[in-house]
Design a protein around this ligand. Structure first.
Ligand SMILES: NC(=O)c1ccc[n+]([C@@H]2O[C@H](COP(=O)([O-])OP(=O)(O)OC[C@H]3O[C@@H](n4cnc5c(N)ncnc54)[C@H](O)[C@@H]3O)[C@@H](O)[C@H]2O)c1
Length: 340
């Protein structure tokens, strides 16, 4: 069986929660090298996987002979590291947001195209069972033409998970300039693009500081979007909810799809004049623990490399979601509707 030699750059919260366990579970992955500016973090995971430790990503890419890297760094570093890897023929799975500007995102896409290497963006929510089933139901025409949507992603804030707590890059406008928009709203923008197979053409944004006293970035965002196909809807994100919320509703001419609105039934379809149809599938917070491939991100990335297939979430997907976020930010600051 063909195996892929992997390096992981950034040994913080998300790589430990998701990428290391998924690489470990995948028989086609070999964790060969790890990198973190904090050597003790890198050494801790390296011991477990018998990997070589680096504190500088360039050294890893020059010396470790890896075929692919997973980039889990503060977002302002993603483009520099990704382009360095892609230009050396190394495939890249980069966490979201892929960059903090469209020019840098374009550089990443261009580097992947020029070198024939794969660039995937870590929008894991596409692989959540309620979302993949809803995608199929929408494609089958079950709820008819889509007219609207409403999606919410909120929790108590990244200080509760980032290894740097209150001092984390999440609260630093130089490292993540658009705050909660780039952390949470961007997931739901990608989800709506995926579910509707449609692009946002117009956006309005409202931003607020509601709870994160230490943040110099906004922690609450409400976006209203118009899609090319005519649907309109809202995406709300917050770092100041006491409890996590992950709900999405898609409205069609014949009925509604409710995703993650009920723990027992993560997907519910209500059609006009009919009883509700429920789907007993793992809910968003449980699904990664119940499937061998877990979130599906690493599984999809390795499948694309080994079988030379397109990655399931492309650089262009990352670019389009970033474009919408930047437009939402611009709208909130100027008070104007932004056309994309
Ligand atoms: N897809 C998702 O659901 C999801 C969830 C959480 C985070 N993320 C993304 O993952 C990325 C990392 O987030 P996190 O929550 O793991 O953050 P984190 O703060 O826990 O970890 C970041 C790590 O990067 C290291 N680092 C910083 N600068 C470095 C450098 N120059 N060289 C090497 N290492 C360096 C830090 O020491 C730290 O260990 C972000 O882009 C974030 O948006 C995605």
């Amino acid at each position: 069986m063909r195996t892929v030699r992997f390096g992981v750059i950034g040994c913080g919260f998300i790589s430990k929660l998701r990428h290391f366990p998924e690489l470990e579970l995948n028989p086609q992955a070999q964790i060969c090298a790890v990198c973190d500016a904090d050597e003790s973090r890198a050494s801790k995971v390296a011991r477990k996987y018998e990997a070589t430790v680096y504190t500088n990503y360039k050294d890893l890419l020059e010396c470790a002979e890896v075929e692919a890297v997973v980039i889990c760094l503060p977002p302002h570093l993603h483009p520099e590291v990704a382009v360095y890897a892609l230009e050396r023929g190394v495939h890249v799975m980069c966490e979201k947001p892929m960059a903090t500007s469209l020019i840098e995102a374009e550089r990443m896409i261009d580097a992947a195209e020029r070198t024939g290497t794969k660039l995937m963006i870590g929008f894991n929510q596409r692989f959540v069972p309620s979302h993949t089933y809803a995608y199929q139901l929408i494609r089958s025409g079950a709820i008819g033409r889509i007219t609207g949507f409403h999606s919410v992603f909120g929790h108590s804030g990244p200080e509760h998970w980032s290894l740097d707590g209150n001092r984390s890059f999440y609260f630093n406008s130089k490292q993540l300039p658009f705050g909660v928009l780039g952390d949470l709203s961007i997931h739901k923008i990608d989800l709506i693009r995926y579910l509707l197979q449609d692009e946002c053409t117009e956006i309005n944004g409202i931003l607020a500081h509601t709870g994160q006293k230490q943040a110099d970035v906004y922690d609450y965002s409400v976006l209203s979007l118009r899609m090319a196909g005519g649907a309109v809807g809202t995406i709300t994100s917050s770092w100041s909810y006491a409890l996590q919320e992950h709900t999405t509703i898609v409205y069609g001419e014949n009925g509604n799809l409710y995703m993650e609105c009920d723990d027992q039934f993560p997907l519910r379809m209500m059609l006009r004049n009919q009883d509700a149809v429920t789907y007993k599938i793992p809910a968003i917070m449980a699904y990664e623990r119940q499937r061998e491939e877990r979130s599906g991100v690493i599984h999809g990335f390795i499948d694309a490399i080994v079988n030379d297939k397109p990655v399931p979430v492309s650089g262009r997907d990352g670019y389009m979601a970033l474009k919408a976020i930047l437009a939402g930010y611009d709208s909130a600051l100027t008070g104007k509707t932004i056309s994309l």
